[in-house]
Design a protein around this ligand. Structure first.
Ligand SMILES: [Zn+2]
Ligand SMILES: [Zn+2]
Length: 97
């Protein structure tokens, strides 16, 4: 019996801007595009919330796994969505008159 080798690709998806980052040997802690953290902490019960992943198989022996930050705390169900704070509003002029 020959066992097929599965080629596994693991990516991290930023919960804020949606950018995909390849998860290498040193997985990044922050999104290189917008700087949002991949790890989330529940401010209600103060627990680290693990990322969840989705898998799909583009080929029979090829698996792509994408991790995204959890949107809700599995313990207390508090929302973990990060609010945009301190980001410049809009994309127009940065001057205020
Ligand atoms: Zn991002
Ligand atoms: Zn919680």
């Amino acid at each position: 019996m020959k066992k097929k080798e599965v080629k596994m690709t693991v990516d991290l998806q930023c919960g804020a801007c949606g950018a995909l980052v390849h998860k290498g040997e040193n997985p990044p802690k922050f999104c290189p595009c917008c700087g949002a953290g991949f790890e989330r902490y529940c401010i209600t019960c103060r627990k680290r919330v693990d990322m969840f992943f989705e898998e799909w198989w583009p080929e029979e022996e090829e698996c792509v796994r994408t991790y995204s930050p959890a949107k809700r705390c599995p313990t207390c169900n508090a929302s973990l969505e990060v609010e945009d704070r301190g980001k410049p509003q809009g994309g127009g002029t940065a001057f205020e008159h």
